[in-house]
Design a protein around this ligand. Structure first.
Ligand code: NAD
Ligand code: TYD
Length: 340
């Protein structure tokens, strides 16, 4: 069935992986990508799909109704059947510096997108959220969909607020929406401010690897393509109004990840530099993904043992991409199209 999907935040890490996957797996779908091209949006993530028939980029902000309307207008006369909402300010450390841009993009942006999606007759809305809305776990236990929300960073607080707005749109207006809450992703095209690509990039340049606090915080790592497959499963088969946790059964303390990266690159552990801890740092995240496994038959297909070395190899092979992101040169692409 031909359909048009509006993806928001498609020039970012997960969004660009999702658009590449949809182009491969659902070649008859049309895709409109609405992206504000913030520092995290990189059109060089999308060079392999930009010429594809049925792919349209709309440069715009999800928190501005006129921009969202332009994105709906960019679809052909058949309209937009589905929205996958990924656009967000996504980095915890930035949210600690300044929370307001997170409220604007993540909270206001989600409400604007919900309102416009309802007005444009969207049949299914998938809101891509995060396990961070649940707060922090102790040494035991897992996050289930019933775990109370207890966000600890301005980032996770705005994601929790956006989840509540999606829930309210379903409860109040009967709008067909699902929420996904995924654990930490890794893989190609991740902006090198996040743990794994930052550590790879610094290690390659023999720069210090900043480990926050004692480095024993635990994250549950999932390869980005597994996440994209889960989003597609929810888009096609999820039940309206439901939340689906997505996770990798793959918990590691940060320091072990950092050591694995150094080992794979043949770099010394003396590059590790323990630095001041992140304020409000969540100690442990771990996902119970039984619901999506049971209801939708989704399971992660890649193991960390295979996909982490593949990811490291990808960053090694993408010297130009990485250097242009690190130096800021990737913005030239943006400026050439949209002005400085
Ligand atoms: P990212 O920071 O790499 O990309 C975000 C994208 O959104 C960028 O292209 C940016 O230009 C765009 N954007 C930001 N503000 C916008 C706005 N106001 N209007 C339009 N576009 C805007 O983020 P990511 O890591 O790809 O995460 C995507 C989504 O997945 C986010 O909603 C995030 O909360 C969620 N998520 C991420 C992870 C993870 O580990 N990265 C895990 C679970 C959930
Ligand atoms: P990050 O990739 O920012 O994801 P999140 O905070 O959303 O989980 O960080 C992952 C973990 O790595 C988190 O516990 C913070 C830690 N971290 C460091 O120790 N040093 C760093 O330079 C960064 C960016 C993160």
């Amino acid at each position: 069935m031909t359909r048009t999907v509006l993806v928001t935040g498609g020039a970012g890490f997960i969004g660009s992986n999702l658009i590449r996957m949809l182009s491969r797996e659902r070649p008859d779908w049309r895709i409109v990508n609405l992206d504000a091209l913030t520092y995290a949006g990189n059109l060089e993530n999308l060079t392999s799909v930009e010429a594809r028939e049925g792919y349209t980029l709309v440069h715009g902000d999800v928190s501005r109704p006129a921009d969202v309307r332009r994105a709906f207008a960019a679809a052909d006369s058949g309209g937009v059947q589905a929205v996958v909402h990924l656009a967000a300010e996504s980095h915890v450390d930035r949210s600690i510096q300044s929370g307001l841009p997170f409220v604007q993009a993540n909270v206001v942006g989600t409400q604007v997108l919900l309102d416009e999606s309802r007005a444009h007759g969207v049949e299914r809305f998938v809101h891509v959220s995060t396990d961070e809305v649940y707060g922090s776990l102790g040494a035991e236990g897992l996050f289930t969909e019933e775990t109370p929300l207890a966000p600890n960073s301005p980032y996770s607080a705005t994601k929790a607020a956006s989840d509540m707005l999606v829930r309210a749109a379903h409860a109040t207006h009967g709008f067909d929406a699902c929420i996904t809450r995924c654990s930490n992703n890794y893989g190609p095209y991740q902006f090198p401010e996040k743990l794994i690509p930052l550590m790879i990039a610094n290690a390659r340049e023999d720069k210090p690897l900043p480990v926050y606090g004692d480095g024993l915080q635990i994250r549950d790592w999932l390869f980005v393509e597994d996440h994209c497959e889960a989003i597609l499963a929810v888009l096609e088969r999820g039940r309206a109004g439901e939340v689906y946790n997505i996770g990798g059964h793959n918990e590691f303390p940060n320091i072990e990840i950092v050591r694995a990266i150094l080992g794979a690159l043949g770099k010394p552990e003396s590059l590790i530099e323990y630095v001041r801890d992140r304020p409000g740092h969540d100690r442990r995240y771990a996902i119970d993904a039984a619901k999506i496994e049971r209801e939708l038959g989704w399971r992660p297909r890649r193991t960390f043992a295979a996909a982490l070395p593949q990811t490291i190899a990808w960053y090694q092979s993408q010297d130009v991409w990485l250097q242009r992101v690190r130096s800021g040169a990737y913005r030239e692409y943006y400026e050439a199209q949209y002005g400085a």
